[in-house]
Design a protein around this ligand. Structure first.
Ligand code: UD1
Ligand code: MG
Length: 450
């Protein structure tokens, strides 16, 4: 059965105290919406419809960054969750399959849970994801009889007896798409909030003799984000879970609680991560690498055996082949570096390709930006770049070439050549001593005068 995801993301998130729509606030360096889309993506949906409202253009960009085929529909006024889902009707008019409703502000619903819901749908018309709440608070309550879900009652509308129920509504619903929209047609807004409640479709389905069931998950999967404190707590929960998974998969974390992972960080087994390492989005690290303390990585790939840091910064577009070494205070951006190359100290390498076994001396800079445009530096294999070389791009250094320390290289260097581009040394015998005497005399005169 084909799957369509409907993500509700129109809410403003007043309690975030923010100009940014709530679903664009990030956990583990990815918008909340992306987390929700990523968990739904494991069902290989053929359609994704995001219902946006506040900041719809920004929400559209984020949704399409994650999946360019995602459709975004706008709910102009937030009249309730059923009204929100109804906005997806047109986008799914020609869709015949299972619709799954997810909330954009609920990042951690696990793929297995969604699979269990799809499985339950084979002998049910509507499946709702519930959870046993430690503190049921203001959640909607699931009214279950035997294995049938009879209805969902919102906290505001619930009797005291119903409020005693601890099985709560997560908001995630699976239903055949045409059935879902038919049920939504019958939802009214005669309730304590004056909203069109999606939760009403259960009672309506039962009254029509349809079958509804609840599937349960761990409460941790259903945590929603409503405030900055929730956001921080969600991030902490993500980090705790990810560190444990990394350890489980054979990654050594010397001080797990100090390593910050992004949603999509991939690390191969037998890689060692030292304390205080931060991962931004889009990092993949193969097996047997070492990421030393205080390094910051984003949008990069580190192949087997790489040694990075301490205090290294790898920025987007960095591709390191096997056994590359990037040392302290080295920044690399948009650069492909071949196996065994070394950039060990205090360098900036941007918009460059570097060949195998090349050694880049301390303090080398690729001068890639002329103030208007960026230019490329190509350095061949087995090259030796002397310390403090400025490589003024565009420039090409042939295989096996060398540059003298302190050179400012502005034109291409052919293979096996030595390029020196610095003022020749001048030596004046006895001049230093004379200079000292003059300067000391001057200072003494000044002190007498004051
Ligand atoms: C909802 C459920 C409740 C459940 C709880 C779980 C309903 C009526 N109630 O309540 O049973 O226990 O979630 O967290 O569904 N949204 C829109 N457009 C709207 C209204 C909401 O896009 O017009 C989005 C919000 O941005 C949010 C989600 O839908 O992502 C849920 O809305 P919210 O107002 O938080 O619902 P709750 O009152 O928490
Ligand atoms: Mg809510």
């Amino acid at each position: 059965m084909e799957v369509a995801l409907i993500l509700l993301a129109a809410g403003k998130g007043t309690r975030m105290q923010s100009d940014l729509p709530k679903v664009l606030h990030t956990v583990a360096q990815a918008p909340l919406l992306e987390h929700a889309m990523a968990s739904g993506a494991t069902l290989s949906p053929s359609r994704i419809v995001v219902v946006a409202g506040h900041g719809a253009d920004l929400v559209r960009d984020a949704a399409q960054d994650f999946d360019e085929e995602a459709q975004v529909v706008v709910q102009e006024e937030q009249l309730g969750t059923a009204h929100a889902v109804a906005q997806a009707r047109e986008a799914l008019a020609d869709f015949d399959g299972t619709a799954i409703v997810l909330y954009g502000d609920t990042p951690f619903v696990q793929p297995e849970t969604l699979e269990a819901m799809c499985a339950a749908l084979t002998d049910s018309d509507v499946v709702v994801l519930g959870f046993e709440a430690a503190d049921p608070g203001r959640y909607g309550r699931l009214v279950v009889q035997g294995d049938s879900l009879e209805r969902i009652v919102e906290f505001k509308d619930a009797s005291d007896q119903e409020r005693d129920i601890t099985l709560c509504n997560s908001g995630v619903i699976a239903c055949k798409s045409d059935v879902l929209f038919t049920l939504i047609d019958a939802v009214g807004n005669d309730n304590a909030s004056g909203e069109y409640y999606l939760t009403d479709i259960i009672g309506i389905a039962r009254a029509r003799g349809l079958k509804a069931t609840a599937v349960s998950c761990d409460e941790a999967e259903t945590i929603g984000v409503n405030s900055r404190a929730d956001l921080a707590a969600a991030d902490a929960a993500f980090q705790t879970r990810t560190r444990a998974a990394m350890l489980e998969n054979g990654v050594t974390l010397m001080a797990p609680e100090t390593v910050y992972f992004a949603r999509d960080t991939y690390v191969g087994r037998d890689t060692v991560i030292e304390p205080n390492v931060v991962f931004g989005p889009g990092v993949t690290i193969e097996t047997g690498a070492t990421i030393r303390a205080f390094s910051h990585l984003e949008g990069c790939h580190v192949a087997r055996g790489g040694i990075i840091g301490p205090y290294a910064r790898l920025r987007p577009g960095t591709e390191l082949s096997e056994d590359v070494r990037i040392g302290n205070f080295v920044e690399v951006k948009n650069a492909q570096i071949a196996e065994g190359a070394k950039i060990n100290h205090l360098s900036y390498i941007g918009d460059a390709t570097i060949g195998a076994k090349t050694n880049i001396g301390a303090g080398t800079i690729t001068c890639n930006y002329d103030g208007v445009m960026k230019h490329h530096t190509h350095i061949g294999s087995n090259v030796f770049i002397g310390s403090n070389t400025m490589l003024v791009a565009p420039v090409h250094i042939g295989n096996g070439a060398m540059t003298g320390s302190g050179s400012v290289i502005t034109s291409d260097v052919e293979a096996d050549a030595l390029a020196l581009a610095r003022a020749p040394q001048v030596e004046k015998p006895g001049m230093a001593r004379k200079l000292f005497e003059i300067l000391k005399a001057k200072k003494a005169k000044q002190q007498r005068g004051s």
